[in-house]
Write a protein that binds this ligand. Structure first.
Ligand code: SF4
Ligand code: SF4
Length: 322
């Protein structure tokens, strides 16, 4: 047993009973199998492609497994990838193997990896009494039949130099530190071990520090009078869908700019080579009158244009206020 996973607690006894390397056998059909799987806890993680949502779900699954739980984790991708809304699911159970084999429809815990507010339709999936964990510097000014906690994941990531290829802070592991504090308070050592097992030494150490800071800076919030229910924005009027879903028209009415947390800004050093336009997955860039133009209706803020640009300081990403 790893001493860092151990304190005199319920989690400790589980670790002793079910060490990582020797899981209990799955009981056969004639054994004392429970009639239901009421002990399963379900988590939905949301964010954008490129923010490490899937990695976060896998690291947390490994953390729970190291602490002796049965786990299950899988992501859901839509047609879009980098920059697009992404979900990942995690289930854990202290006593029994998990037999549910479908995506999480309702959850006990919702973890928003993005700094953007979690999608209202995801918040609506929280079960009464559930937990919402958000990556935010300040409190989330809403209320509902669930508890709320927040952690400054992006600030922690930036201060530890954990940045994406586009220079964006990757707050996923700091948010995991907060999630472990809320769900498995004795499991920080297990999370650290999961991080080290997954990442090389150079990457692991700043991430371990970020996990510890997330654990430390996680704050539960209390409802105040000014808090409001969190409801979806009224849907913008959209033209009717064409009869056949796969068409150019469909793509055009999908205003992916509404997903954007960041937007590119072309700087003076740009030599208008057009490489960014070639790689932009949304076709949102083009040359116009000897300069690069960006269509913000479709730019989803994925940052690929910045990654592929061969010219230093020709393009930057700026945050879109949320
Ligand atoms: S790739 Fe860089 S230099 Fe080339 S057009 Fe795009 S921003 Fe300008
Ligand atoms: S313009 Fe840049 S950030 Fe926007 S969608 Fe295209 S590649 Fe992504």
């Amino acid at each position: 047993m790893d001493a860092r996973c151990s304190t005199p607690s319920r989690a400790e006894s589980r670790i002793r009973e079910k060490p990582y390397a020797t899981r209990p056998e799955i009981p056969d059909a004639g054994g004392a199998r429970r009639e239901d799987d009421q002990g399963v806890q379900e988590m939905l993680l949301t964010g954008r492609g490129g923010e490490g949502v899937v990695l976060a779900s896998q690291l947390l699954a490994d953390t729970f497994a190291r602490a002796g739980y049965w786990v299950q984790s899988f992501p859901e991708f839509k047609a879009e990838r980098r920059g697009a809304p992404i979900s990942a699911f995690l289930r854990w159970d202290a006593e029994e193997p998990i037999r549910r084999r479908y995506k999480v429809r309702e959850c006990d815990v919702l973890v928003a990896i993005s700094v953007a507010p979690p999608p209202a339709e995801s918040v609506a999936k929280l079960r009464p009494g559930g937990l919402l964990l958000v990556n935010r510097e300040a409190r989330f000014p809403h209320r509902g039949d669930y508890r709320i906690a927040h952690v400054p994941g992006s600030r922690i990531a930036r201060s530890n130099g954990i940045l994406s290829a586009e220079g964006r802070p990757m707050g996923n592991v700091a948010v995991l530190g907060a999630a472990v504090r809320l769900l498995l308070p004795d499991g920080l050592g297990c999370l650290e071990d999961a991080i080290r097992a997954r990442m090389g030494a150079a990457l692991a150490e700043p991430n371990v520090l970020a996990a510890r800071e997330g654990y430390r800076l996680c704050a539960r919030q209390h409802t105040v009078a000014a808090d409001t229910p969190y409801e979806p924005e009224p849907a913008a009027a959209r033209p009717p869908l064409p009869l056949f879903a796969a068409s150019v028209t469909d793509t055009r009415i999908n205003h992916t700019g509404s997903w954007s947390l960041e937007r590119p800004v072309i700087l003076d050093a740009c030599n208008v080579c057009g490489l960014c336009a070639l790689f932009c997955p949304e076709g949102a860039m083009r040359r116009v009158d000897g300069a690069m133009a960006i269509d913000l209706l479709y730019c989803k803020g994925c940052g690929i244009c910045k990654v592929v640009c061969p010219v230093k300081n020709a393009i930057a990403l700026e945050e879109v206020p949320v």
